[in-house]
Design a protein around this ligand. Structure first.
Ligand code: BG6
Length: 448
C-alpha cells in the first residue's frame, strides 16, 4: 500500500459519462425464486438485502415471488418480519417499499432429505404460480451447508421441479463444491442426474465484484500494461484478502472447511487467474474459462517434502481488533476445542509457463487480521542499472501497481520523480484512480 505521506496525483476520468447501456439490464421474465436455507446467515446478510436493493431500484422482474424454504417452522408473517430485520439502515432509509416486497414473500417448511417435503413444495409453488400468473420459471438458490446440496438437487429432480418445458428451472450453488477432487466430481455427477449443465450455476461472488471484473479490463483494454506483465518486468505479485471479522456464527460450517476451502480454492484462485491468464480471443464465458483452466494446469504442485517453504497455515488467537477484545478461534461457539482448522494461509505459487517462469505469486488470506483489505499488488523489478548511482546511491525503489479490490476500490501506480529543487533527489509518488469517481448510477453490490 502506498505510504500515506506519498504525494498523490489524481487521475481525472476522461470522455463522456457511461451511458445507460452500461447499467444492469432488467429482465422481465416472471420468476419464482426459492431460497433454501432462508432463515440462515447468508440469506440474511447477503441474499435478501441484495434482492431488496434490486427491487428498490426496479431491477427485479415486475412479476416475481420469493419463497423461503428451511427446516424451521415459521409462518409467512414471521418470515417476512425476519427478512425485514435483515435490511441495513441504508436500505431502510431509501424510499421504503417494504409492503410491496412483503406481499411477494412466502415461506414453506422443507426437510431437505425428504421427498415428501419436496412434493409438498412443488404443490405449493404451483398454487402460488396460479395465483400470481407466473409462468413456471424457477430459480433455486442454495444458501445451505454443502452437505445438503445433493439431497436438495435429488429431491428437486424427483419432485419434477428441475423439469423445463415452456418454462426454465435454474439451480444455483456456492462453494465449497465438495471437499476434494473426488467429492467434487461425485457432487457434479449427482447434480447432473437431475439438472442439465445449462441449468446449474456454480457461482463465486468475487467474480461479481466490480473491481474484480475490472482486472481483465485494465489488462486487456489498455496497451501499456500487457507488455510489462511478465517475468521480465515483474518481481512478484501479492494477492491479499484480509478480513478483520472472525468466524462469526458460521463455525458449524467453517470448522469443517477452513480457510483453504473457504477462500483459496474459489476466491483467491479466481483472482490469481484473472491476474495471470492469457487473453482469450473474445470475451465470452467459455473462452475465459478455457484460459483460466490453462493457467490452473500450469500451477506448479507444492513439493510435499518442502511444503513449509510454500505454505504457512495459522489460526487466530484472542486479541484486540479495532479496540475491542475478541475471542480466539478455539473459543468461538461451535468450534471443537482441539480444532486444527486453519483460519489463515499464506502460500507461494509458481506458474510454470513462459510468461511467469520464476515469478512468485504470494496468496494471503485470513480472518481476524488487522483490517479488511483485498488487493492485488504487482511489484515491478528495480531498474536494471542506475545512472544516478553517483548522486543517489544504487538503490531506487521499484514501481508498484496496486489494484484495490475492497474496501478501497482504487488503482494506485507508484513511481519515482525528482523532488523539485536544485538538488538531485528522488521521491516516490502515486498516481491514484478511485473506481467510483464520476459515477452516480446505482452500483449494485456483488450479490445483487
Ligand atoms: C465468503 C466466505 O465466500 O467470502 C467468508 O465464506 C468470507 O468466510 C467472505 O468472509 C468474504 O467475502 P467479501 O466479499 O466480504 O470479501
Amino acid at each position: 500500500m502506498p505510504n500515506e505521506s506519498t504525494p498523490r496525483a489524481e487521475v481525472i476520468p476522461q470522455g463522456p459519462e457511461p451511458d445507460q447501456s452500461c447499467q444492469l439490464e432488467k429482465t422481465n421474465e416472471p420468476v419464482t425464486m426459492v431460497i433454501f436455507g432462508a432463515t440462515g446467515d447468508l440469506t440474511c446478510r447477503k441474499l435478501f438485502p441484495a434482492l431488496y436493493s434490486l427491487f428498490q431500484n426496479a431491477l427485479l422482474p415486475e412479476n416475481f415471488i420469493i419463497v423461503g424454504a428451511s427446516r424451521s417452522e415459521l409462518d409467512h408473517d414471521a418470515f417476512r418480519e425476519k427478512m425485514k430485520q435483515c435490511l441495513t439502515d441504508e436500505l431502510r432509509e431509501k424510499e421504503f417499499s417494504w409492503p410491496n416486497m412483503a406481499a411477494r414473500l412466502f415461506y414453506r417448511q422443507v426437510r431437505f432429505d425428504s421427498l415428501e417435503s419436496f412434493v409438498d413444495l412443488a404443490g405449493y409453488l404451483s398454487l402460488l404460480e396460479g395465483q400470481f400468473s407466473l409462468q413456471g420459471n424457477k430459480l433455486f438458490y442454495l444458501a445451505v451447508p454443502p452437505s445438503a446440496y445433493e439431497d436438495i438437487a435429488c429431491n428437486l429432480g424427483r419432485a419434477g421441479l428441475a423439469r423445463e418445458e415452456a418454462n426454465w428451472s435454474r439451480f444455483v450453488v456456492e462453494k465449497p463444491f465438495g471437499r476434494d477432487l473426488d467429492s467434487a466430481k461425485q457432487l457434479d455427477h449427482s447434480l447432473h442426474e437431475h439438472f442439465a449443465e445449462h441449468q446449474i450455476f456454480r457461482i463465486d461472488h468475487y467474480l461479481a465484484k466490480e473491481t474484480v471484473q475490472n482486472i481483465l479490463m485494465l489488462r486487456f483494454a489498455n496497451s501499456i500494461f500487457e507488455p510489462v506483465w511478465d517475468r521480465r518486468y515483474i518481481d512478484y505479485v501479492r494477492i491479499t484478502a484480509a478480513e478483520d471479522i472472525g468466524v462469526e456464527h458460521r463455525a458449524g460450517y467453517y470448522d469443517h472447511y477452513g480457510v483453504l476451502r473457504d477462500m483459496f480454492q474459489n476466491h483467491m484462485m479466481q483472482l490469481l487467474a484473472l491476474c495471470a491468464m492469457e487473453p482469450p480471443s473474445i470475451f465470452e464465458a467459455d473462452r475465459v474459462r478455457d484460459e483460466k483452466t490453462k493457467l490452473y494446469r500450469s500451477l506448479r504442485p507444492f513439493p510435499v517434502e518442502t511444503l513449509n517453504d510454500h505454505l504457512v497455515l495459522g489460526q487466530y488467537s484472542s486479541g484486540v481488533v479495532k479496540g475491542e477484545k475478541v475471542a480466539s478461534y478455539l473459543d468461538e461457539p461451535e468450534v471443537a476445542p482441539d480444532s486444527l482448522t486453519p483460519t489463515y494461509a499464506a502460500m507461494r505459487i509458481f506458474v510454470d509457463n513462459w510468461r511467469w517462469q520464476g515469478v512468485p505469486f504470494y496468496l494471503v488470506s485470513g480472518k481476524r487480521l488487522a483490517e479488511k483489505r483485498t488487493e492485488i499488488a504487482v511489484q515491478f523489478k528495480q531498474v536494471p542499472f542506475s545512472m544516478f548511482r553517483g548522486v543517489l546511491g544504487g538503490d531506487i525503489s521499484a514501481n508498484r501497481l496496486i489494484l484495490g479490490i475492497q474496501p478501497r476500490e482504487e488503482v494506485d501506480l507508484t513511481f519515482q520523480t525528482k523532488v523539485p529543487g536544485p538538488r538531485v533527489c528522488l521521491r516516490s509518488v502515486t498516481m491514484h484512480f478511485n473506481y467510483n469517481q464520476g459515477i452516480r448510477e446505482y452500483n449494485p453490490d456483488a450479490y445483487a
